[in-house]
Design a protein around this ligand. Structure first.
Ligand code: N01
Length: 510
């Protein structure tokens, strides 16, 4: 990051994060002839959560053909649901194929953002004390990247190994060890069956039993891969079918209705089919409306729980000491290692880093009661700042990549407008943002997400600031067109035509 030593480095666009969002936007900018951008990534490689979550069994629970860019289909997926390594390699492939190396700055942690009204520029501060400037900043940092460590009495005394699923230590072998796993969410249901065959014993500490449905995950044969390579339209058809199937569950997951009861009956039937022991089945039966928390897909989670070396403790965790962990009902278990599958600190309120906007406004203060943005991307008072996967744009049922591509489409229009107005900054009008969010929050009334379960989708006050409360195609329609009138254009001193070169190329292309 040598060039960051110079405080005068000014970029047209600074993208923060090289996961699906950052890489996708960078590719699209290049394709439009825009080259005046940089991607700051705090790690040493692209990949985001798919680089970081390397716990055994880590994989996607959205089908591979749908969980990839529409413009970069991959006929060679090895499984119907991509394992972590394959998805990581897919992003490395995208970065290489679209020649992003010259734009990527690795090992650069952004610690703060400050907007100058006078210059119409963002100052980006880095962990080493250096800084750079950019006309527009795109936060593509993802929402599920800060591990949530549970507060458990005595955890600091434990002398064995403690690993969070998102910070897996590959040098530590669980083979033959007595292991406790805390949590029964999306990460836990993948790690439990993956480590069960090699550990001596596995005690699974459950607080809330989740809804689990079969995944039907299959290896993809070389013949099938060759067929997709030869006839790409087949892959397009499969992707479209997968998309429609994912959309078809929205009515059941979203509105607490007869369809939800039907889904729950299917879930109970699957549980009955796999778990013969009525006591274990009772422990695993969810007590909340299906969809209120993420519905989990797995073919091997329930079967793993029937193995002799697995114990399910459904009273949660009460405390730990030097060598043991205690269940909520007082059982003491001596263990060698504890796996924390306890999820992430999700920024339902507050910004991921200090962000100072107009008149010294602080995004952390503005979002203290729950984050909100216009279409999940722009925030009034924070001009020329864009989010990918910001507030209320998370899907509970389909591929996040569909949302990311909708946002990229909108952001490209935003940035084009910004370049066309080189001496102005753009701030979304507060009344536009407010009306949008009132509409979003209204839609949550009567949904399963407000039916009483405790989930990371909600703030402490029960406001849902994470999910999009409708079909994903409705989000696509809402983000299709950028409307200049929804933004205030404010004149600043000359920005030296940052990005003008790209604009000339863009004009030449169109
Ligand atoms: O985390 P979670 P996750 N004592 O928050 C329990 C994505 N993801 O890492 O339900 C005891 O869902 C907690 O209990 P409860 C996906 O979006 C995607 O599993 O709060 N237990 C829960 O069981 C997902 O939604 C994939 O009562 C404690 C678990 O820990 C998101 O990541 C794969 C506890 C946390 O579940 C998060 O999933 C993996 C305590 N003190 C993850 N604290 C894909 O396949 C917490 N728990 C795409």
């Amino acid at each position: 990051m040598s060039n960051n030593n110079d405080a005068t480095v000014v970029h047209g666009v600074a993208i923060i994060g090289a996961g699906f969002g950052g890489i996708g936007l960078a590719i699209r900018l290049q394709q439009q002839g825009v080259h005046d951008f940089v991607i700051y990534e705090q790690a040493a490689d692209v990949g985001g959560v798919w680089r970081d979550n390397i716990y055994p069994g880590a994989a996607c629970d959205v089908p591979s053909h749908l969980y990839s860019f529409s413009f970069e289909p991959n006929p060679d997926w090895g499984r119907s649901y991509g394992p972590q390594g394959e998805i990581h390699r897919y992003l490395q492939h995208c970065s290489k194929k679209y020649q992003l190396a010259q734009h990527l700055k690795f090992n650069v942690a952004v610690t703060a953002l400050e907007f100058s009204e006078e210059k119409g520029l963002w100052t980006i501060k880095f962990a080493g004390g250096q800084q750079a400037q950019a006309r527009a900043v795109v936060l593509a940092i993802g929402a599920l990247n800060i591990p949530q460590y549970p507060k458990i009495e005595g955890i600091e005394k434990f002398a064995g190994k403690i690993m969070h699923t998102a910070e897996w230590d590959q040098d530590y072998s669980l083979k033959g060890k007595r292991v406790a796993v805390i949590g029964t969410g999306a990460s836990a249901i993948q790690v439990v069956p993956a480590i069960q065959p090699e550990v001596e014993s596995l005690a699974l500490f459950q607080r809330t039993p989740p809804w689990v449905m079969p995944k039907f995950d299959r290896a993809q044969s070389p013949v099938r891969q060759a067929r997709l390579r030869r006839w790409p339209f087949i892959q397009k058809m499969i992707r479209s079918l997968q998309y429609l199937l994912a959309e078809s569950v929205v009515p059941a997951f979203m509105w607490d209705s007869l369809l939800t009861r039907f889904g729950e009956a299917m879930g109970r039937r699957y549980l009955q089919k796999v778990i013969a022991d009525p006591e274990l089945r009772e422990q695993l039966t969810p007590q909340y409306a299906m969809g209120c928390k993420r519905v989990l897909l797995s073919d091997n989670y329930y079967p793993a729980l029937t193995r002799n070396n697995v114990d399910l403790l459904s009273s949660g965790v009460s405390r730990m000491d030097e060598t043991a962990i205690y269940s909520g009902d007082g059982q003491r278990l001596e263990v060698d290692a504890v796996v924390l599958a306890t999820g992430f600190k999700v920024p339902v309120s507050g910004a991921p880093m200090p962000v100072r906007g107009l008149a010294g406004r602080n995004l952390n203060d503005d979002w203290a009661a729950g984050s909100e943005a216009y279409k999940g991307m722009t925030v009034s008072g924070y001009p020329n700042l864009l989010y990918i996967m910001g507030p209320n744009t998370g899907p509970g049922n389909t591929s996040v990549i569909f949302y990311i591509e909708s946002q990229i489409h909108y952001i490209l229009q935003y940035l084009r407008t910004l370049r066309a107005n080189p001496n102005e900054y753009m701030d979304v009008r507060p009344e536009v943002q407010e009306a949008f969010n009132e509409g979003v929050q209204r839609r949550f009334k009567g949904t399963t997400w407000t039916s009483g379960c405790n989930s990371w989708y909600l703030t402490a006050d029960g406001k849902n600031t994470t999910l999009w409360p409708s079909f994903s195609w409705q989000y696509r329609l809402r983000t299709r067109h950028f409307v200049s009138a929804e933004y205030e254009f404010v004149e600043v001193g000359n920005t030296n035509n940052i990005g003008a070169e790209s604009e000339i190329e863009l004009a030449a292309q169109s």
